[in-house]
Design a protein around this ligand. Structure first.
Ligand SMILES: [Zn+2]
Length: 1038
């Protein structure tokens, strides 16, 4: 055990010396090493590693600058193309152009001179310095694409073996030799120190439409809060004025939308996520990916391919941050690359891939290791002629049960290897025995309870009628097993305002019966028989009820509601019926009625950017946590559909949903006319979803490492069992691993995820996913097999969890710090020697900075008065349960030019980078991040295009209120519709289409998603962030 000095506590949990002071996150290496995952004061970049001399990474001008490996190629600022290039070009070192005199021009449009990217470096010249940097940045890329695999191996002594990876490359971005590295910034993203917008901008707290408030364009001189850099003061005079506005910016400012700015770094010269995605599609798209090799890196989550399980779980189920673990904890501490797996145990597989086999050993049940209880899997090694097997996880030798005995062939493999899923596949299911059931009784089929808020507003808006009408058809689509004729799921109905109404819908009744529970302090279930019914049997009574409900409450004037007792009632009903299930709660307002879980409006913008900001993400009363625990214990999953028109305290109301594996949907200012489509699509999808109920997930690992932290819509009673009242196809749990010993390079790092659950038909099952990773003592191997998309999933979830207990500023600093550490470690230990001015990025992480910057700019991590607290809590909750594909899209939205659609081709056009510079006045673009979907129209879109899409003659005639495109009989319109459908496909949330015209006010919402640009809330542009990370790296290496 080499645990010495190893900090095993979860990230962010340790005390943060120096935090709050302005030099904390960006101070000297020794202090900054206190943060992050492997934050251990003993491991320092400034301390020479054993066997490793500092001089191997020359940083000064005296350092020998090695020639590039043969065949590599570099790009100067002017000739860089973002695609494969011809090898053999020579390095072009950009020789420091004269600094531009007008720094303003070098900023992206949303910036202005009083808002430099790094206010805290605040000296009068910092903006000039940055501009100089930008202008002098130079990209050297070692063989992107397929050009130079051979030279790449030579450039990487520890080349990756046995994989079909694209050739390893790395990206270098250079500042001119001798350029001075600016002083460290203590606030990299400018998030704290930026000027703020007036708090009155969005008092209704609901985005969705931005009020035409002229103040939004202006900046107020909010005094700096604690922790601000003293030099910030020098910005006071400049910031103070409301006379300052984002130059050129919004709305209007046509010049900003056309073409790149002068004197600005060519954006094509910094690593492009689009290029990375397209390269992977070109190399691996449409192919068969067989999971037959331990530690192989799968195609990107954005690449379509057919996955064949040949012994390791499909990447649809498990993706890892790296497919090669460092062999020792010292190495892990050195690299600080999170070791994590993102597990989506019920992920959907396309029809052309095999569904999971179900293994049934009858009363014997699954075969398990006697010591560690791991399930039989391809990692078990059969010995002694097949009579015994050695566990791949704990090495224990077990007897093979007689019924399972089989002879071995000449290579020691069982002759029935390919006949048994549990011997040859990465993923499969076991039928569980009674031992695995609650109270040793076979479970009953789950139940769905629909609980409708019938207070005045919901009745008045028509929502109640909408829900009831939809349920009449939807209940025919409850999920069922393939072989079943109808669903085994039972249904029940409750309505509520200040009291609860239960309905008896027993099939023998002529009319449904209502029972009122008015004692909401001590909720009980007034009826057992007739509450949960089979829809097919009780169809006429249920339909009758659904017809009556809107009328029953048509004259209500009750505006107060309860909430916690509703969940309590649903949970008690499931408990009484001895089954697991889901509650579908349709709710609109803050529950202010006198009852347990009563909430008050506690949205306080004054808490933003203070140490108390975290309380906004915590529930305001403890009872919700206790309720969540009870729900999980009883297999009660809570799906919450919220229809707020003001603050409803999502952090409190969503808590039970979060802990029970439920889904939170939120429709701000719900309007029947514009929002029904979205809501009904969400409801349909959710009801039809394949779901596992009453689930417990357990992660087992081979010796030397273990799962230490879990992130997701989960509940943990102890440190090992991940409890989920339900888990559906879209939910992912991110698991972090840490070493507790050295890993064996021969046997690798093996992971087994077992989910015990009740199926939709009421069968108790185990779903097993196995994956094997490599181990290496070479840092380069770790970097080579990283997956940026999984890394960002991990970083997002760990940060969003951390904000419950840490100031947001600290969390942001940790993220930046860790990014710099990972990249600095690569540079120091894996990259060829190069000038200090070069930013060197490992190929597999070369777009990590753009994603990281997007995460840092997300509304969850940025406290701004104009961002509603509920919106932040909502985003936080959604991301916590996302899988890798969803976080990828969320943090790097898809921007598709559609004016140039190829009508003859079935393919979706290639996306462009998520920046305003990619827009054109004559263009039409789609922008989607999984929650929002925009159709953006440039001011000069040709009239014929407008006619073809909207059936109106001109730009001015387009109705931006529409949330649906008209059905038109022309190829362009039809093609666009199919593209939109494709984008929506397989996304857990239905995206409402928002039509945005260039230079009109709602364009603001659209621009917030252009994440390569400087954020309107002050977050750094991609280029600025790269510069900043580079400075951090230089600090760490100096
Ligand atoms: Zn074992």
């Amino acid at each position: 055990m080499s645990q010495q000095g190893y900090v095993a506590t979860p990230p962010y949990s340790q005390s943060q010396p120096g935090i709050g002071g302005f030099s904390a996150g960006f101070g000297p290496p020794n202090s900054s090493l206190h943060y992050g995952h492997y934050g251990d004061p003993n491991s320092s970049y400034s301390a020479p590693q054993p066997g490793m001399s500092k001089s191997t990474v020359p940083l000064g001008s005296s350092a020998p600058v090695g020639p590039p490996p043969p065949g590599t190629h570099q790009f100067s600022q002017t000739n860089f193309q973002n695609g494969p290039s011809t090898p053999g070009q020579q390095t072009h070192r950009f020789q420091g152009p004269p600094p531009p005199s007008n720094t303003g021009a070098s900023y992206p449009p949303y910036s202005h001179q009083s808002q430099p990217a790094y206010p805290n470096t605040a000296s009068a010249s910092s903006a000039t310095q940055l501009a100089n940097q930008l202008n002098s940045m130079q990209i050297n890329s070692y063989g992107p694409g397929t050009a130079s695999s051979s030279c790449m191996s030579s450039g990487h002594p520890a080349s990756f073996q046995g994989s079909q990876l694209p050739p390893p490359t790395q990206q270098q971005i250079a500042l001119p030799p001798g350029s001075r590295v600016p002083p460290p910034a203590n606030n990299v993203n400018g998030l704290c120190a930026q000027p703020s917008l007036p708090p009155n901008a969005r008092q209704d707290g609901i985005p969705g439409s931005v009020p035409p408030n002229p103040n939004l364009q202006q900046l107020s001189g909010q005094p700096p809060g604690p922790g601000y850099h003293p030099q910030q003061a020098s910005y006071g005079p400049q910031m103070a004025g409301s006379q300052l506005s984002y130059p050129g910016a919004f709305p209007g400012g046509p010049a900003q939308l056309v073409g790149p700015q002068q004197k600005k770094l060519d954006p094509d010269s910094i690593p492009s996520p689009i290029q990375v995605i397209e390269n992977d599609k070109a190399a691996r798209g449409g192919q068969i990916y067989a999971t037959n090799t331990r530690g192989q890196v799968p195609p990107l989550v954005t690449t379509d391919c057919i996955i064949q399980d040949q012994g390791h779980a499909s990447p649809r189920y498990i993706r890892c941050t790296t497919y090669c673990f460092p062999s020792s904890s010292d190495m892990a501490k050195q690299a600080r690359i999170p070791l994590a797996a993102v597990i989506q145990p019920f992920a959907l597989v396309p029809p052309n891939e095999a569904p999971l086999y179900v293994v049934n050993h009858g009363e014997t049940g699954p075969i398990r290791c006697n010591r560690c209880k791991a399930y039989m899997c391809p990692f078990m090694q059969f010995i002694e002629g097949g009579r015994r097997y050695q566990c791949g996880f704990c090495n224990c030798i077990n007897d093979v049960p007689p019924f399972f005995f089989q002879h071995l062939d000449h290579i020691g493999r069982r002759v029935d290897h390919y006949e048994r899923p549990e011997l040859s596949l990465g993923s499969y299911e076991y039928v569980a025995t009674l031992d695995y059931c609650r109270n040793n009784k076979p479970p009953k089929p789950p139940a769905y309870i629909f609980m409708i808020d019938v207070s005045y507003r919901n009745i008045n808006s028509g929502l109640v009628k909408l829900i009831c009408d939809e349920l009449k058809t939807l209940l025919d689509k409850l999920p069922r097993e393939e072989q079943e004729e109808s669903s085994a799921i039972r249904v029940g109905f409750v309505t509520y305002n200040k009291v609860l109404h239960f309905f008896n819908v027993k099939s023998s009744l002529a009319q449904p019966q209502m029972m009122v529970v008015s004692d909401v302090g001590e909720v009980f279930v007034p009826l057992l028989d007739g509450f949960l019914v089979n829809f097919q049997e009780s169809r006429s009574v249920v339909i009758n009820l659904l017809d009556q409900i809107p009328e029953m409450f048509a004259d209500t004037n009750e505006s107060e509601t309860i909430f916690a007792p509703v969940i309590q009632a649903g949970m008690e009903a499931l408990k009484a019926a001895e089954c697991a299930g889901k509650l579908f709660i349709f709710h609109s307002s803050l529950p202010t009625a006198e009852a347990p879980g009563k909430l008050r409006n506690r949205d306080d913008k004054k808490l933003l950017n203070t140490d108390k900001e975290k309380t906004l993400f915590q529930p305001q009363v403890n009872s919700y946590e206790a309720l969540a625990r009870d729900c999980v214990a009883n297999g009660c999953c809570v799906n919450l559909f919220l229809f707020p028109n003001q603050y409803v305290d999502v952090a409190s109301m969503g808590l039970v949903t979060m802990y029970t594996g439920g889904t939170l949907y939120k429709y701000n200012n719900f309007q029947l006319s514009s929002d029904s489509l979205q809501f009904l699509a969400d409801l349909r999808k959710d009801i039809e979803k394949k779901t596992g109920f009453d689930a417990i997930m357990r992660i087992r690992t081979s010796t030397g490492f273990r799962a230490t932290d879990f992130f997701g819509a989960i509940y943990m009673n102890n440190t090992t069992d991940v409890e989920m009242a339900a888990v559906d196809c879209d939910k992912a749990v991110t698991v972090e691993f840490k070493h507790d010993d050295k890993l064996n390079e021969d046997s690798g790092a093996l992971i087994q995820c077992a989910v015990l659950y009740t199926s939709i038909s009421g069968q108790r099952r185990l779903r097993i996913h196995n994956i094997g990773l490599n181990c290496s003592s070479q840092l380069a191997d770790i970097y080579k097999t990283c997956e940026t998309d999984a890394l960002i999933n991990f970083f997002a979830k760990s940060a969003f969890k951390a904000i419950l207990s840490q100031p947001l500023k600290t969390v942001r600093e940790i993220l930046v710090n860790q990014t710099a550490h990972m990249l600095a470690c690569y540079r120091k230990n894996c990259a060829n020697p190069s000038a200090v001015s070069q930013l060197i990025l490992p190929d597999a992480m070369k777009v990590l900075p753009v994603y990281m910057n997007s995460l840092l700019k997300s509304c969850v991590l940025v406290g701004r008065p104009e961002i509603p607290t509920d919106e932040r809590a909502y985003h936080r909750q959604l991301v916590m349960s996302m899988g890798v594909a969803d976080t990828q899209l969320f943090f790097y939205p898809l921007l598709l030019p559609i004016h140039s659609l190829d009508l003859k081709s079935d393919t979706i056009p290639a996306a462009v980078r998520c920046s305003e510079e990619r827009l054109s006045e004559g263009g039409v673009f789609i922008l989607a991040n999984g929650l929002s979907l925009f159709l953006w129209l440039g001011v000069s879109v040709p009239p014929e295009l407008i006619q073809g899409l909207f059936n109106v003659p001109s730009f001015a005639h387009i109705n931006t209120e529409a949330t649906l495109l008209p059905d038109l009989d022309n190829p362009f319109s039809q093609k666009l519709k199919s593209v939109l459908e494709h984008i929506q496909n397989q996304r857990p949330y239905t995206m409402k289409l928002i039509i945005v015209k260039q230079r009109e006010q709602p364009e603001m919402l659209f621009r917030q998603l252009l994440i390569e640009d400087k954020s309107i809330y002050g977050g750094a542009s991609y280029v600025d962030f790269l510069c900043c990370v580079h400075r951090e790296i230089c600090q760490l290496l100096s």
